[in-house]
Design a protein around this ligand. Sequence first.
Ligand SMILES: [Mg+2]
Length: 233
Amino acid sequence: MSDLYPEFVYFDLDDTLLDHKKAEQNGLADVHQHFVDFEEIPLAKLIDTYHHINKGLWEEYGRGEIDRHILHRRRFEETFIELGINPDLYVEAGKVYMNYYRNHWEWVKGARQVYENIADKFPVGIITNGFAETQWMKINQFGFKETTRQIVISEEVGVMKPHPKIFDYATKLADVKREKILYVGDSYTSDVQGGKAANWMVAWFTSNPEPEQAKLPDLAFDDFEVLLSSLKL
Ligand SMILES: [Mg+2]
């Protein structure tokens, strides 16, 4: 394991600092409970169908083919159609989901203490691909405004990671040489490939990396204590 000497540390938000996947699963479980129409449909089927449809819609969104309003509408409308449930319920489903999803936000295990420790020693920031409205709610709820120097949200920049524009923009905000920036994130394509293409250092939060992919980041870790101990002032 090599030592890292960053002068600025950016973090990804979803599934790096905050457990988005768990909140999403719990939010969908709540949607499943909320509508009687789901009585005959197992929760796992709802989760699978939603994931599949949501993933395709995010790809369309990433290519600029649809906006977030259309994404928010279609992810439940199309899930309901595929499951044979009245698609007119999509408006209510979207609202129910968002209310529940918000209540399930929590830190990734072990991330909070290490994040706070790093934020004490280094200037830190956040770069996230989420929607501004949702991500600002998380940022406010978890006090990131108080501990970060910079917050970069894809919707506000106009492109998503791994687009170089978002990394160049974040580099300017950090106001240090790009080689001195460390990015901590969980996504191979968005965070590892995007960060390395920008000439940053990258620490990849992953539990089971492909050996070939694990060669690209400066560090691959599944325990935040490992990240902390590899950072040197
Ligand atoms: Mg992430």
